[in-house]
Write a protein that binds this ligand. Sequence first.
Ligand SMILES: Cc1cc2nc3c(=O)[nH]c(=O)nc-3n(C[C@H](O)[C@H](O)[C@H](O)COP(=O)(O)O)c2cc1C
Length: 262
Amino acid sequence: MEFKEVIGNRRSIRFFEPDKPVEREKIQTMLEASRLASCAVNAHWAKAIVIERDKLPEDKLEQLKTPVTALNVELAPVHIYWYADLGVVNRIEGSRLRELVDVGALAPTHGWTHKFVDEFVYPQILRPMTEGPGYAVAAAADCGIAMCQALLTAFDEGLGACFSAFNSNIAKEVFNVPNDWVPLYVLLVGYPAESPAAGGQRPRPPFEEQYYDGAFGTPFQRDEAVVERLKQANMIQQPATPGNQERMDEIKRLAERLGLPM
Ligand SMILES: Cc1cc2nc3c(=O)[nH]c(=O)nc-3n(C[C@H](O)[C@H](O)[C@H](O)COP(=O)(O)O)c2cc1C
């Protein structure tokens, strides 16, 4: 699938084929995509634990649910629990930056040497950063990038997926999660039971409300010719509309087939 089409086709899928197994190689492909994500100082905070739903004890599955995710968690055959490993920076002490220096990704033209990493970047920027109040937020933002690559890859592989909140206390106990891993979200994965369009692209705030040109207050003007080109490329697709009868009928059919309450 073309890159723009993958972006356009993605929806948060909440109706999965509950009994259709997901090939392990597709899960690996998602993780491979995640591992290749760009990452601040090449630290790679993002960690994931892959769980096959049916291998979870019934009571633990129940306890992992939250009020906003219960059915998603139950229907998805594979769960990928994501964490930010906050301990990584002080474990690796700049070694992954030195690797970037060694392969010429960080070049001496830009001031990068082992000495710069060892005597300045790690002790004066990175280590203090781990003690600052914004550290977890920075690490989580970084993980989001890796998580998104896994998410998009799921759709490229013909799967459906949705990020969800989860009960992190239970997960910590059941999955043996290290103490310095901060829980983020679970990526629920499976074959979609809903149609690929799933009612259309979900509502978004206006473009000009989100993006600014030069400074806050001057909206970045949306060029309709670009919008048209992205429609042709299937990145911008038919929007979901309130009360769409076709979608309501689809939900009814799914509820009947999967035995869900309406
Ligand atoms: C980090 C993150 C967490 C989310 N958590 C939940 C959740 O707990 N439950 C849920 O039903 N959807 C969850 N979602 C899905 C969003 O609600 C979704 O993005 C929204 O429905 C917009 O639609 P779309 O993803 O289909 O474009 C989450 C999405 C993200 C990116």
